[in-house]
Design a protein. Sequence first.
Length: 81
Amino acid sequence: MRLVLAVLFLASLSLPAISVAQEQIDTAYEWIEHGRRVNVFGGHVGRDRGALEFGPGSSSVFGARFRTRVSSPLSLEIGFG
């Protein structure tokens, strides 16, 4: 019984050393848990309507999007354009 207690005592002394010995990563960047993003886009779509003039034609395209992280694996995105 004394041997078991001695082993447990010695093992408990090494626990603080294990937490100190963990690898630390020094970085200038900070992890952002709940990020938000706003995007604005625009452009021009050049299309040929074809010989029968039946297809879609050329046009300008523009819009905006808003994205937010609701939880760790889930994000919500709203956009119009």
